[in-house]
Design a protein around this ligand. Sequence first.
Ligand code: URP
Ligand code: ZN
Ligand code: ZN
Ligand code: ZN
Length: 465
Amino acid sequence: MTTTIIRGGTVVNADRAFKADVLCVDDKIVAVGQNLEVPAGAVEIDALGQYVMPGGIDTHTHMQLPFMGTVTADDFFSGTAAGLAGGTTTIMDFVIPNPKQSVLEAYHQWRGWAAKSAGDYTFHVAITWWDESVHRDMGTLVREHGVNSFKHFMAYKNAIMADDETLVRSFTRALELGAIPTVHAENGELVYMLQQDLIKKGITGPSAHPLSRPPEVEAEAANRAIAIANVLNTPVYIVHVSCAESLDAITRARAKGQRVYGEALAGHLVIDDSVYQSEDLEFARAHVMSPPFRSKHHQEALWQGLRGGNLHTTATDHCTFCAEQKAAGKDDFTRIPNGCGGVEDRMSVVWDAGVNSGKLTPSEFVAVTSTNAAQIFNMYPRKGVVAVGADADILVWDPEATRTISAKTQYAKGGFNVFEGRTVRGNPSHTIAAGKVVFANGELRAVEGAGRHVDRPAFAAVTAR
Ligand code: URP
Ligand code: ZN
Ligand code: ZN
Ligand code: ZN
């Protein structure tokens, strides 16, 4: 039995903050209250002057992802360990079957890869093609494998893009199963055409990447996904909302009473599109991700969306490739593997840029870094709250601790960090995952295989056909 007591801190949940000690036995929180008795043999953590918050949930990562002809640098161990160092105790990763690959087979493949995770994990499953077997497998995944969200890439033509028929059929199936559809919203046909035009004009470097994916391309897909969801009467979750136009689509739909959720990436909140203009092409390529980083105007809109309740979660889309992998696109930007890291830094970046600037309150921070994710994806109150009965995934958060982010000191692989040189004030002094202290005052104690798959039940007792 492991007993841990966190004493003297201020517990911050999404609904309120209050002074309390927190007692954990094995992997659960068993008491929250003032002046709790310290059980014999308990690990004691002094949280005086610190916040005690639910462990972060990153709703969007890609560990060990085979993508664009290569495989991401972080596997499930290095990626989840990096997350623990930064205060993220649960990741939501993606099973992405190749078109025509059995969805169930892909799911089991990813579960095998994820067994080495140091932190908890759960999967959205991408629907990249359609036939009767996909319809059947979606049912099996929801009923037997704890999956309650399905992902649809509206971009990546000739690869994993879902056409409108697939979207309509899959959204319909998700609804009858009590699962939530999610989308990567970019019009893949427009992206493809713009890419070909740029290449024909001889514009082949990474500065072409954002030109091939303007905000309108993202907004068209967001509007389309929202319209489809509206007709089918299903909720929908839009991943990595990067621009004001997509956010407007969500805001309009929500104002009319439609259940639409939006996710913002830490990177999109603080990094602007000037990175693509760098003469250091390796640096510019390292920032190639989709949707691309945008101008300050869009960053401000995203913060307003988070504060105003039209964006609900923060994530990273952690998808790391090293310089050699990115160099596959040195003569053709369309071949640069898309993706950037961040799982290790999201919590500190969102705290520093959000809470320290007054854009978010500490409780709003908790809402957008864990609670909303737990609620939207049906892990609440097991995750996303410091309360009796919840998993003992807890951060002891030192609001005064500063750290300068660098690839040189990070645990994540890939040799690059999009937040390089940023000094963040507000960092975890301790990360507790499933009741174990896995990070303490700069020392990472991640254990390969200690992470658990988090089953997420369907949302309602719907009779599936
Ligand atoms: O560029 C990105 N975002 N790479 C990962 C795949 C995706 O689109 O989420
Ligand atoms: Zn199975
Ligand atoms: Zn995406
Ligand atoms: Zn992604």
